[in-house]
Design a protein around this ligand. Sequence first.
Ligand SMILES: C=CC1=C(C)c2cc3[nH]c(cc4nc(cc5[nH]c(cc1n2)c(C)c5CCC(=O)O)C(CCC(=O)O)=C4C)c(C)c3C=C
Ligand SMILES: [Fe+2]
Ligand SMILES: [Fe+2]
Length: 369
Amino acid sequence: MQAGASRPAPEAPPARGGRIGVLLVNLGTPDGTGYWAIRRYLSEFLSDRRVIEANPLWWQPLLQGVILTTRPFRTGAAYRAIWREDRNESPLRHITRGQAARLAAAWPQEGTGVMIDWAMRYGKPSIAERLQALVTRGCDRVLLVPLYPQYSATTTASVNDAAFRALQGMRRQPALRIAAPFADHPAYIEAQARRIRDTLDGLTWTPELLLGSFHGLPQRYARAGDPYPAECARTMAALRRALDRTVEDMPIGFQSRFGREPWLQPCTAQHVAALAARGVRRLAVVAPGFLADCVETLEELGLALRSSFLRAGGERFCLVPCLNDGPEMTGLLDAILRQELAGWLAPARTATPDPRAGTARRSMQQGEA
Ligand SMILES: C=CC1=C(C)c2cc3[nH]c(cc4nc(cc5[nH]c(cc1n2)c(C)c5CCC(=O)O)C(CCC(=O)O)=C4C)c(C)c3C=C
Ligand SMILES: [Fe+2]
Ligand SMILES: [Fe+2]
C-alpha cells in the first residue's frame, strides 16, 4: 500500500446482541442417592470455606477421612426417602428448573431479550457453565439471583464468590448485578403469607401453633457478623404482622445442626419436643427460608420432625409446602426482576408488577441451544 493511502479500519468485533441474562441460583444437590454421588456433593459443599470456617490443614483430613466415610450413609438415606425415581433427580433441582421455566413463561419479554437460566452452587449445572452459556447466547448484562431470602455469608456470599470466580476466566466479561436479599420484601412476605393461609385453610383442623423453621448456622458465624439471624427475625416479624399472629403462636426455630459447636437457638427439634411435652397436640410448621422443597424440608421436617412430634404425643402435624414453582413464586421472582433490572430495561418493563401479563417469549431454557 502506498504511503498516504487510507488503511481500512480493522474490522469491528461482532455485536454481542446486547441481551440480558438472569441466573437463578440455589444451593445444590447430589446427582444420585448412592454413596459416591453423595460423597462428591458433600465434599464440594463442605470444602467451601464460606460454609466451614476452619483451617483446611486440620479440616480437610477430618472431612476426607472420618466425615466423608460415614456421613454419606446418613445423608444418602435422607435423600432416598424423598427421591422421586420417575424424575431421577432431587426435588431441589427439579423445582429450581420449574421455577426458571415458569418465570420465563410469565416474564413479558417481547423486545427485551431477557434470558432466564438456573444453576446450582454445588453440583450441576454449575454457575460457571450457565454464566458462560448466557454470555455465549449474547448476554452482555447478567442479573444473578441467589435464591436465599435471608442473606448469609455461607449461602449468598458463596454464590457470589462462585460467579466472580467464573468471570475471572473470561476475557470479555458481562456486566454483573446481584439481586439484594429480600428477607422482608413485601412481595416475598405476601407470597409466603398467602401460601400459609391457603395451606391452613385447607386443613380440617386448626393448629395451636405455627412454627417458622429456618436452616441453622454456627453461633460463631453470627458473632463474627453474619446478619442471617437478624434477617430471619425480620422475616418472622413481617410474617406475624401479615398473618396477625404473635411470637407465642408463631415462634421461630433453627434446624439442621452440623458438628459439635453451638448453633443458633432455639433448635427446631428440641423446641417441638418441648411443645409436645407442654401439651401442644396440633402443630403446623413453615420453612420460609427455603424457596424450594428439599431434603431439609421434606425429610428433616416432613418426615423426621413429624414422626418425633407424633411419638411425643402430638396428634396432628402439617408442613406448609415451600413456594416451589407455584404462581406465588413466579410473582415473587417477577417483582425481584422488575426491581433489579431497573435501568437495564425500558421503564415500562419495570413498572407494572403483573407476572401473568406476558405473552411473547424470548427466553432461553437449558438444553435450548
Ligand atoms: C456447617 C455446615 C452447614 C452450614 C453452615 C449450612 C448452612 C445453610 N444451608 C442452607 C440450605 C440448605 N442446606 C442443605 C443441606 C445441607 N446443609 C448442610 C450443612 C450446612 N449448611 C449439609 C451437610 C447438608 C446436606 C444434608 C445433610 O447431610 O444433612 C439443603 C438441601 C439441599 C438438597 O439437595 O435438598 C439446603 C437447601 C442454608 C439456607 C444455610 C444457611 C443459612
Ligand atoms: Fe445446609
Ligand atoms: Fe439438615
